[in-house]
Design a protein around this ligand. Structure first.
Ligand SMILES: *Cc1c(COP(=O)(O)O)cnc(C)c1O
Length: 352
């Protein structure tokens, strides 16, 4: 079976992990510092804090911007990994769910509606599957209404919008370095911002000293692996894009199949290659039977999952029945890509 996602570690990661073991210095050391500096440099952003997961990053980001009680509304898109909405609930705020559009990111028409109706304190655009949300429009709406923009960039390391990297497109951003992400440490996350006031609030939540704080640190092992993963990120994203290009070309005219759309001025990093088809369940079942590790992303929407207040999320609800993903990762071999292409073609024709 070709897995849906496989992390790609090499000699550098191995040597670094060994070096850390031999040194005996396994946390709060040079690799943690190095990773933090290099990641900030990569994003061209002022402040970066590493934490133990993407969920923790979202949670701390929300606490840092003052999400505290039920009156604090936060707008999230209907389709994302559940951590996007759970972080809002854990912080104590009220999530408001809006639909997504054909880009699979937040629908800005609904955002306008939700801003008028709910007067939110923050908005969390999710750069779903590796393509950034419509950040110009989102920032314009939020600036005009004094709303903070927190990017959920957990699936978008290296993705760009008009040449600027995800993580540097709002007021602050949360990243995940979970094992399956484009930059993988096993577990890990980061909160980044250019705003020194927000940075200070983040520090208060995670650095011990004159205030109560949480220990959400990563170890030297995670940071050491992350350091090398970051060095390979641009190359690996290019490999993902090449594979997506092959898929896009090969699947162009298959009956009923809707391909992912890449928008102008947005560099998609294909964390997930998502397809749509009305007979999704049958296709996924047959792909797995044939040795292609297809998977459904996502079979739920956040409004239904957490019984949250929502606008009309009709498109996202339809997607939960039609969307699925096929393997895409940098270590995929040409032979495997050919096999995936042929199997998808065969299976889609069979169900038509
Ligand atoms: C993975 C992910 C998260 C959570 O990250 P963890 O490191 O697993 O806690 C949050 N949001 C999105 C969109 C994700 O894909």
């Amino acid at each position: 079976m070709i897995p849906i996602i496989k992390p790609d570690f090499g000699k550098e990661e191995e040597q670094t992990v060994n070096e850390i073991i031999k040194s005996g210095h396994i946390t709060r050391g040079k690799w943690t510092l190095k990773f933090k500096e290099e990641f900030a440099k990569y994003l061209n952003i002022g402040f970066c804090h590493t934490v133990c997961s993407g969920t923790a990053a979202l949670y701390i980001a929300l606490k840092a911007i003052g999400i505290d009680n039920k009156e604090d509304k936060v707008i999230v898109p209907a389709m994302s990994f559940m951590a996007t909405i759970d972080a809002v609930l854990l912080a104590g705020g009220t999530p408001i769910v809006v639909d997504i559009n054909e880009s699979y990111t937040m629908d800005t028409e609904q955002l306008i509606e939700a801003v008028e109706k709910y007067k939110p304190k923050a908005v969390i655009p999710v750069h779903l599957f590796g393509q950034t949300a419509d950040m110009d429009k989102i920032n314009e709406i939020c600036k005009a209404n004094n709303i903070i923009v927190l990017e959920d960039a957990a699936q978008a390391h290296g993705a760009t919008y008009k040449g600027k990297k995800a993580g540097n497109l709002g007021d602050l951003a949360a990243f995940s370095f979970y094992a399956s992400k484009n930059l993988a440490m096993g577990e890990g996350g980061a909160i980044v911002t250019n705003d020194y006031k927000i940075d200070e609030k983040i520090s208060n939540w995670i650095e011990f000293g004159n205030h109560p704080a949480l220990n959400l640190r990563i170890t030297e092992f995670q940071a050491g692996i992350g350091y090398w993963q970051l060095k390979k990120l641009e190359d690996n994203n290019e490999k993902r894009r090449k594979i997506a290009e092959i898929y896009n070309k090969e699947f162009e005219n298959l009956p009923g199949l809707i391909l992912p759309k890449e928008y102008p001025d947005r560099k998609h990093v294909y964390h997930i290659y998502a397809l749509r088809h009305p007979k999704r369940d049958e296709i996924v079942e047959r792909l797995i039977e044939n040795g292609v590790g297809a998977r459904v992303y996502y079979e739920y929407t956040l409004d239904k999952l957490r019984n949250a207040e929502c606008l009309d999320c009709e498109f996202a609800h339809l997607l939960t029945k039609e969307i699925f993903a096929i393997p895409i990762f940098p270590a995929l071999k040409d032979k495997e890509i050919d096999f995936i292409v042929e199997t998808v073609k065969k299976v889609v024709k069979e169900v038509s």
